[in-house]
Design a binder for this molecule. Structure first.
Ligand code: NDP
Length: 354
């Protein structure tokens, strides 16, 4: 296979600080050697696309406060979820030409990678040639929405439940609203940060109501949008928005505690962050279930979940939205943009074609 010998990578130049907002300047792009002399057990891969995700904000800190996440090291190559083409293999299970995905793919054009438990072949039967789906709707965000609703949502079809979703126009949120509908929720309300996102939710993705939390009074709009109260809350953001939703929740209702992005620049707090006393009291008085949800806990359900998500997409049951940034050197910028709402659907970085 003919390949260019030049190579490049993205490194961590500096940390934003535990309470800082990440800047593009925290990352650096540099030329690096093309990897040679592939060791036994490893693969030489060419990165096709990368995923930038909110959890990476913790990896920018010296301490991530989560055992399953290691901090990125200053001066070293950054890594995360991504899809790559195998160019050379010294591992029995992989051949040149395979497309793989990894949770620890270096932000580097050509790399030698180790096969670990967070590594697998991309099933063409599921994603076709649309490889970025493997880190989006037919990958971790899709599974998060599906398994979060399934395990923590308490959806009872035919009972006209109301589900509210915060971060509703993002990767998980945009899927969660559509999956809620498929699984039998009667009324779906999304909260997000721009009018264009609101229009997309109601005009394209089938949400009943969308609320712009930056320009509208969330409390008033929720009161009007949820006359029978809120039965299920898919919480991607935490903070003030979530406090407002919780105060509208019904007795014996459920929170899917997916994420708390509004607090990720303050992760020296415990996770999930403690609720204010009056909100915690409401949760107690109304017997609202609010249990931590981590998708990785349900790994044994991933294969079946991925087939389900791919089937729904093939059948046209839900739509997939992506924001694609071009070029490895813009991966840091894509992360910064996603953290401040620049994305619609899943934020992807396109690095190279196969
Ligand atoms: P998104 O694609 O939703 O991107 C993040 C979005 O968050 C932005 O587009 C922005 O949209 C919104 N946002 C940013 N800051 C704020 C804020 N202060 N208040 C309200 N909204 C804000 O990301 P993902 O779908 O990948 O992740 C969504 C959530 O799910 C995150 O909290 C993440 O940590 C969590 N997650 C949890 C998993 C689990 O296993 N529990 C697995 C995967 C993700 P807007 O324009 O609306 O502001």
């Amino acid at each position: 296979m003919q390949v260019s010998k030049s190579n490049k990578r993205v490194t961590l130049r500096s940390r934003p600080g535990d309470s800082g907002v990440t800047a593009v300047e925290n990352f650096a792009t540099e030329e690096c050697p093309y990897p040679t002399d592939l060791p036994d057990g490893k693969l030489l891969v060419k990165t096709l696309c990368l995923s930038v995700d909110p959890y990476m904000r913790s990896r920018l800190n010296e301490k991530t406060r989560a055992a399953y996440m290691l901090p990125w090291k200053v001066g070293h190559t950054v890594d995360g979820g991504g899809v790559a083409l195998v160019l050379e293999s010294k591992h029995d299970c992989y051949q040149p030409g395979d497309i793989i995905q990894s949770f620890n793919l270096p932000w580097q054009l050509y790399s030698q990678v180790e096969v670990n438990q967070y590594f697998s072949k991309v099933e063409k039967s599921l994603v076709g040639d649309h490889y970025s789906l493997a880190v989006g709707a037919i990958g971790m965000p899709g599974l998060t929405s599906l398994l979060g609703i399934k395990h923590k949502g308490g959806v009872v079809p035919g009972t006209n439940q109301t589900m509210v979703i915060s971060g509703a126009a993002g990767a998980c949120g945009s899927l969660a609203g559509q999956i809620a509908r498929i699984l039998g929720c009667g009324h779906v309300v999304g909260i997000c940060g721009t009018d264009a996102k609101c229009s997309m939710l109601t005009e394209e993705l089938g949400f009943d109501v969308a609320i712009n939390y930056k320009t509208q009074n969330v409390e008033e709009r929720l009161k009007a949008a949820c006359p029978a109260g809120v039965d299920i809350y898919f919480d991607n953001v935490g903070g003030e928005i979530s406090d407002t939703v919780i105060m509208k929740m019904n007795k014996d209702s459920n929170i899917i505690l997916c994420g708390q992005i509004s607090m990720y620049n303050n992760l020296h707090r415990d996770y999930p962050p403690l609720l204010a006393d009056n909100i915690a009291q409401r949760v107690k008085d109304f017997n609202i279930k609010r249990e931590r949800f981590v998708v990785l806990t349900y790994a044994e359900e991933f294969p079946e979940g991925l087939v389900q998500l791919a089937t729904w997409i093939r059948e046209g049951k839900f739509k997939v939205k992506e924001t694609v940034t071009e070029g490895l050197e813009n991966t840091g910028a894509a992360f910064v943009s996603m953290m401040s709402g620049g994305n619609v659907g899943k934020q992807i970085v396109h690095v190279a074609d196969p």
